[in-house]
Design a protein around this ligand. Structure first.
Ligand SMILES: Nc1ncnc2c1ncn2[C@@H]1O[C@H](COP(=O)(O)OP(=O)(O)O)[C@@H](O)[C@H]1O
Ligand SMILES: [Mg+2]
Length: 286
């Protein structure tokens, strides 16, 4: 396997930076979406990405997980597949390196991306493809994952079809599927948008508990989990107090502690903070 490209910036120990975005630019046709986003996320951090609808939050996430290629700038991700590995520049990464990285992260997509089929099939699919686990082990992992998202004692949940799930249940199953992968890096795109307050509160707890639960490197060493969450959920921010990164006009407009964000008198931040509950109430399907 060729050595992954090194991080030429390299000013921080690679083991502590999980995600490094350097001067990222992206346009779709004539429309500039990201115009110079720079961001470091360190191991163990809990980061919320906020910003108006269409401000480029999902596009940024898509770059971090390698689904979009930047027009300009770079995205580097920590590689935990061997000790001391340098950050990997996604632009130079071959498929094998990308596959190795993808084993370390899980994404809870905005529309959950559950495929039609049972809850069990949704959870088992990735594990069958990417691990050497036996079907019995996969079943045990699936059970453990649905238990973790609040289905303990519910014997019928794994057999349920996607289309039988309510919005809140579907979201919890999407989280369970992500947990089953035992990721070191966990991404959520608006996990509570459109949910009723009780379901949203359950997801808040889950996101928090999952962030703090111990994760493991591919070699089985215990490590901290890193969480990046795109959200408009003011309640979640207030309860979980993440580091906040706000996108505005294609750039990072604010990057700092929740307390400072909530107390800001900026005439860009204030109106956004006040509009969040409206953005958060939109209804999202599976
Ligand atoms: N694949 C695409 N092709 C064209 N335009 C896109 C694509 N993905 C996103 N966009 C545009 O980029 C802008 C930012 O989108 P997005 O990141 O989804 O916003 P949000 O902050 O709400 O997640 C929007 O104007 C959207 O229409
Ligand atoms: Mg989005």
């Amino acid at each position: 396997m060729p050595e992954p490209p090194r991080d030429p910036a390299g000013d921080a120990p690679p083991s502590t930076v999980e995600i490094r975005v350097v001067d990222l630019w992206k346009a779709f046709g004539e429309r500039p979406v990201l115009t110079g986003v720079s961001l470091d996320v360190r191991a163990g951090e809990f980061v919320a990405i906020v910003g108006g609808s269409g401000s480029g939050k999902t596009v940024l996430l898509d770059h971090i997980i390698g689904n979009h290629a930047p027009d300009r700038g770079r995205v580097l991700i920590a590689d935990h597949s061997w000790p001391g590995a340098p950050l990997v520049d996604l632009a130079g990464a071959d498929e094998e390196t990308m596959d190795g990285l993808r084993l370390q992260w899980a994404v809870v997509f905005q529309r959950n991306a559950l495929f039609s089929g049972s809850v069990y099939e949704n959870i088992a699919f990735w594990l069958r493809e990417h691990t050497s686990m036996s079907e019995a082990q996969i079943r045990a992992r699936a059970r453990e994952s649905v238990d973790a998202v609040g289905f303990r004692g519910d014997d019928s949940i794994l057999a349920k079809e996607r289309d039988e799930l309510s919005g809140g249940m579907a979201k919890r199953i999407a989280v369970a599927r992500a947990l089953a992968m035992r990721p070191m890096l966990l991404f959520y795109d608006e996990p509570t948008t459109g949910l009723d307050p009780a379901s949203a509160a359950q997801i808040h707890e889950l996101v928090f508990a999952t962030h703090n639960a111990r994760a493991f490197t591919p070699e089985g060493a215990p490590t901290r989990r890193t969480t990046v969450i795109i959200t408009h959920d003011k309640d979640m921010l207030r309860r979980l107090r993440p580091r906040i990164v706000m996108l505005h006009h294609g750039r990072v407009f604010f990057d700092g502690a929740y307390e400072r964000f909530a107390a800001s008198t900026s005439d860009i931040i204030r109106p956004h903070f006040e509009l969040m509950p409206v953005l958060h109430d939109r209804t999202i399907g599976w």
